[in-house]
Design a protein around this ligand. Sequence first.
Ligand SMILES: Cc1ncc(COP(=O)(O)O)c(C=O)c1O
Length: 392
Amino acid sequence: MTPIRLASRLEGIRPTIFTEMSALAMRTGSVNLGQGFPDRDGPPGVIAEAVRALQHGANQYAPGPGVPSLRQAIARHQQRHYGIELDPDQHVVVTTGCTEGIAAALLGLVDAGDEVVVLEPYYDSYVAMIQMAGGVRRPVTLRAPDFRLDVAALRAAVTPRTRFILLNSPHNPTGTVLGRDELQAVADVAVEHDLVVITDEVYEHLTFDGTEHVPLAGLPGMWERTLTLSSAGKSYSFTGWKVGWATGPAELVGAVLAAKQWMTFTSGSPLQPAVALALDEEPDFPRDLARDLEVRRDLLLRGLADAGITAYVPEGTYFASASVRDLGWSDGLAFCLALPERAGVVAIPTQVFYDDQTDADGGRHLVRFAFCKDREVIEDGVTRLAKADLSA
Ligand SMILES: Cc1ncc(COP(=O)(O)O)c(C=O)c1O
């Protein structure tokens, strides 16, 4: 028999680092400060609503675009937080996590050869899905120490073949929250070059120190060219539920639905009414979570400093980036592979989220630590780091 091989659309895409590093954490009994999932579940009332839905017949296919009560709750959410008015029947589609929103948006919109400008370091599903859609990525690097958007680099990345910008703010893994000026620069470039912007805002509520998340779709002239993606996973600590949504003008949402109908057709019926309840009746949960995360962020940052690791202060998300250069390492991947044995801790090498993994000025020396974990877990992790010999 001819050896089985992967389809070329998957060629060169490495398996997601999160599987590899979480397996390493399990195998070595390490504290997992790698993958971004919280130790604690979201509101019990929301779980009770999912159980109620399971027991009362929400067990068959939901409508493809999502159950009406959830689409209405998403529209109310966008109105309440950002003053963006949505028609739940035209401007909202429920997806299987933001991950499906990313996949469906790219498969539904990108043609072979289209260029997609994307912030780097990037969330790894962007790379896979741009490639599967036949697109070409054009990275714009956010550089340490402050990881701000370099507007000149953004402009330089745009060519006549560019059709999309794939944005992510609050940004994983750097924790950058793009400010109004940066977003206005993105908007200016998009309008000037007639680009569509797909913006991944899954960490929209998880910002710190009073930093405000500004949705790109709310900027003048951006509504008609912006597809916004989000999810209940991060805002409500239900990452395993995989309930997300895409919002925007009917043409862009229609493109997501056009692709989604052939992937999953519809997303988890009993979870949708529960997420609707979360959005409507637990509106303060995400802000309270952000406040609590801020305390855990500071705990992690103090612990990393005590262990001699130079960390950067994130304005949002679950993550802090750190440089391992001061410890004598130039390669964050080598550091992360040695870390379980040296310290009993797992972190994520940021270099795998860059096109050029050898660029010393890029992310080669950076490592990502998650602080969405219980305080005791973070304390255990940083105590282990402080006790270990981490030098190269
Ligand atoms: C930037 C970003 N987008 C999307 C996702 C995935 O979201 P979901 O779990 O809702 O599919 C994640 C999860 O880590 C993320 O960090």
